[in-house]
Design a protein around this ligand. Structure first.
Ligand code: NAD
Ligand code: ZN
Ligand code: ZN
Length: 344
């Protein structure tokens, strides 16, 4: 099969032949129909994070496809089912986190397109206990961004604990953020979108944002958000892969509000201790979402309340797509479309 492979960190991916996986007991093989390209794939290919994937590896954790083979003992899915192979590739199933439906922080969790080969390939080996079940009526290309960008922002908004009618500020309205705006509105929140790109903010308004702030054109972005949200956002969701956005995010959080960190640029940012203490802020990390969050996030999409904006590209365009993503030149989400090359 054709796969786009990271052979060296920071180097272009290499298109090459790779063996089609065969499932052993408890595994399935999925024939990829579509796979979204997440900014995380860029971090993975650059080796940005403290724990790096083993080389060579196939990125991609928004892969959707049809099950073509099932190993012995698999009962949860059948051949022909449409499933997604997400970032949370598998977990142990029996630790305190798995038992309390926090499988995302299981110490034995494995990650699609990172510790396990992902969806930038014509077939994906998967664990049927952790795949996303794509509702009928949702196409593969429409579902792809939901299984990372969608679930991550949906869960992150829940983690802000903002209630209907309250303000949510979304910093970064790219692949994740354009869905966050829609989930926020669907969850009854008022949404203030923040980005450095005027086109993305215009799009956020079209998607229902109640206010926008351009961080590239504002001396004090946080102050502008505090004004727009009448005293600060009850919930802040930072998806921007920029450290500047994190310090701003804390300053735009309303007293007693919650600032949820989701973006993962490499590095650290200073936390203004006095402000956090005196304004009783909560700062919380959030990492994708559980299988239940996945089902809920997909239901929003199946109902039409949330629609991913996708630009389709062939797998062979991956290096160009990653370069554009690094420079903020992807409008919302690029989805690799395998249908053409497979004649499906
Ligand atoms: P993206 O490139 O599609 O979007 C990023 C957006 O941030 C762009 O619109 C860009 O213009 C904007 N931006 C850049 N600098 C900014 C700034 N200073 N202020 C405001 N906006 C700014 O990326 P994406 O696919 O949405 O991913 C975003 C980040 O989220 C990445 O770091 C990715 O690794 C991370 N991520 C985390 C999780 C998780 O579980 N926590 C899951 C998926 C992705
Ligand atoms: Zn992702
Ligand atoms: Zn576990």
């Amino acid at each position: 099969m054709q796969a786009a492979v990271v052979e060296a960190f920071g180097a272009p991916l290499v298109m090459r032949e790779w063996p089609v996986p065969t499932p052993t007991a408890g595994q399935i093989v999925v024939r990829t129909e579509a796979c979204g390209v997440c900014h995380t794939d860029l971090h993975a290919a650059h080796g940005d994070w403290p724990v790096r994937p083993a080389l060579p590896f196939i990125p991609g954790h928004e892969g959707i496809g049809l099950v073509t083979a099932v190993g012995a003992g698999v009962t949860l899915v059948r051949e022909g089912d449409r499933v997604g192979v997400p970032w949370l590739y598998s977990a142990c199933g029996h630790c305190e986190y798995c038992l309390s439906a926090w499988e995302t922080v299981c110490a034995e969790a494995r990650f699609g397109g990172y510790t396990q080969h992902g969806g930038f390939a014509e077939y994906i080996l998967a664990d049927p206990r952790y795949v996303a079940h794509v509702p009928s009526g949702l196409t593969a290309t429409a579902a792809a961004p939901i299984i990372c960008a969608g679930i991550t922002t949906y869960k992150g908004i829940k983690e802000t604990t903002a209630r209907p009618g309250e303000w949510l500020a979304v910093s970064g309205v790219g692949g994740l953020g354009h869905l966050a705006v829609q989930y926020g509105k669907a969850m009854g929140l008022q949404v203030c979108a923040v980005d450095v790109d005027a086109g993305k903010l215009a799009h956020a308004l079209r998607l229902g944002a109640d206010a926008v702030v351009n961080a590239a054109e504002t001396d004090d972005t946080a102050a502008a958000v505090v004004t727009a949200t009448d005293g600060g956002a009850h919930g802040v969701l930072i998806t921007a892969p920029s450290l500047d956005a994190f310090a701003q995010g804390i300053a735009m959080t309303r007293r007693r509000g919650t600032c949820v960190l989701v973006g993962l640029p490499p590095g650290e940012f200073p936390v203004p201790l006095f402000d956090v203490v005196a304004r009783c802020l909560t700062i919380r990390g959030s990492f994708v979402g559980t299988r239940q969050d996945m089902a809920e996030a997909l239901d929003f999409a199946a109902s039409g309340a949330v629609v991913a904006d996708v630009e389709l590209q062939p797998l062979t365009a991956i290096n160009d797509v990653l370069t554009r993503l690094a420079h903020g030149q992807v409008a919302s989400r690029v989805v690799l479309d395998f249908a053409a090359s497979q004649g499906a």
